[in-house]
Design a protein around this ligand. Structure first.
Ligand code: FAD
Ligand code: GLY
Length: 387
């Protein structure tokens, strides 16, 4: 690839074409933010956003009602309108499947966990149902006879994340976003405390605003200002197995246990996950991963043992030190915004991340919902929450 200096000028550059960068680029284009460039090292959605299970499940995953939970529920609630809009704009159905999520208990400890979850969610006025083992099996006959009790979260749903990526990509192209694929951003250009663009494998793109949405690779991005504090985002590998189902195993709910989950897709595939491993940037599936995921999936639904395993993959979740996403303007560098660290919930959080980051850029006002997630929480010695 030939390197050309001074390639282009943009109003906003978004670095990273995962679900987060795509959602931000779309929201910027919808606000008329000028020339928006999205720069992606390979092609859109090639990394964690493709590997994900697509669960939109804040209630099944949260331990309590905090700023993160509120952000997650608010983003989940944007999905129906987003699905309609993307179908209209692009003709792609993102398969927002609204049957709901079951969370199963097999042991005394599991039962204590779901009891705790039921209690705080009821107190918070959330929609959650408590089921006996038989009631849960009545809804999903494939689940194990060893299930003692369960919770049902009717509003925790799922989306086909690969279709979501395709629809967002088509939408941004229609809306005039300039998509540069197979283009690596080598460094952020920072001059006298403000961002001036990015240096890429194809040359420089100058811009007064740059959004870093590079997922698990965020800490690898260098800048021309050596004094700028690096943001620490680590990759956490998640492996996934994919089975082909048959009529005897035709679950409709997403089904969790405290150890794993299964996700039935509308096309007859059944996903099973996952692992959470510190393995650096190594993305291959391992024998240990297959064994652990299989055993947790069989605990949920023993009939899975007869299903053909048709695919497997792994992705790298971007995790910040406190597990929370890193969102918004970086006060130390004018024009620099972060949207990374979405860890286990980037598909869920993408619609609201897009809206809030685009609002902050176009209005110059930080939305209150972003305050708890500011990148400044890591840089200022007096600030920081621990989760
Ligand atoms: P990515 O999708 O990784 O995108 C980052 C992009 O940046 C990549 O395409 C990369 O090529 C590009 N890039 C990086 N560096 C550069 C550079 N220097 N120049 C140009 N481009 C660059 N979340 C949910 O909400 N629900 C789920 O059910 C769920 N399940 C998951 C299951 C698994 C197994 C895994 C691994 C993750 C899961 N997640 C889930 C988490 C979710 O996938 C992530 O939080 C989300 O995809 C992060 O999106 P992203 O755009 O930040 O990162
Ligand atoms: N949120 C599901 C996962 O990260 O595996």
């Amino acid at each position: 690839m030939r390197k050309q200096e001074g390639l282009e000028t943009a109003d906003v550059v978004v670095v990273g074409g995962g679900v987060i960068g795509l959602a931000i680029a779309r929201a910027l284009a919808m606000r008329g933010a000028g020339r928006v460039f999205l720069i992606e090292r390979t092609h859109p959605g090639a990394e964690a956003s493709r590997a994900a299970a697509g669960m939109l499940a804040p209630q099944a995953e949260a331990d309590g009602a905090d700023a993160f939970f509120e952000l997650a529920c608010a983003s989940r609630n944007l999905y129906p309108a987003l699905a309609d809009a993307l179908r209209e704009e692009t003709g792609t159905d993102i398969e927002l499947e609204r049957t709901g999520t079951l969370y199963l208990a097999f042991t005394d400890e599991d039962e204590r966990e779901i009891e705790h979850r039921f209690a705080w969610q009821r107190r918070a006025g959330l929609s959650v149902e408590r089921l006996s083992g038989d009631e849960a099996r009545g809804l999903e006959p494939c689940i194990s006879t060893l299930v003692r009790s369960a919770l049902r979260f009717p509003q925790d749903v799922q989306v086909e994340n690969r279709r979501l990526i395709a629809a967002l990509s088509a939408s941004i192209e229609k809306r005039g976003v300039r998509l540069l694929v197979e283009t690596n951003v080598e460094s952020l250009i920072i001059e006298r405390g403000r961002v001036a663009g990015v240096d890429t494998s194809r040359g420089v793109v100058s811009a007064p605003v740059v959004v870093v949405a590079t997922g698990a690779w965020t800490s690898r991005l260098t800048s021309t200002d050596k004094a700028a504090p690096p943001l620490s985002i680590e990759p956490v590998r998640g492996q996934m197995l994919c089975f082909e189902t048959n009529p005897a195993l035709s679950a409709r709910h997403v089904i969790y246990s405290p150890r794993g989950y299964i996700v039935p897709r509308l096309d007859g595939r059944l996903l099973a996950g996952t692992t959470a491993e510190r393995a650096g940037f190594e993305k291959r599936v391992t024998a240990g991963g297959i064994q652990a995921i299989t055993s947790h999936a069989l605990e949920i639904a023993p009939a899975i043992s007869d299903l053909p395993l048709v695919d497997s993959w792994a992705g790298l979740r971007p995790r910040a030190q406190d597990d929370w996403p890193v969102l918004g303007a970086c006060s130390e560098t004018e024009g620099l915004f972060y949207a990374t660290g979405h860890y286990r919930n980037g598909i869920l959080l993408a619609p609201l991340t897009g809206e809030l980051i685009a609002d902050e850029i176009t209005t110059n006002i930080t939305p209150p919902q972003l305050q708890a997630f500011s990148p400044d929480r890591f840089h200022l010695s007096t600030v920081g929450h621990v989760r």
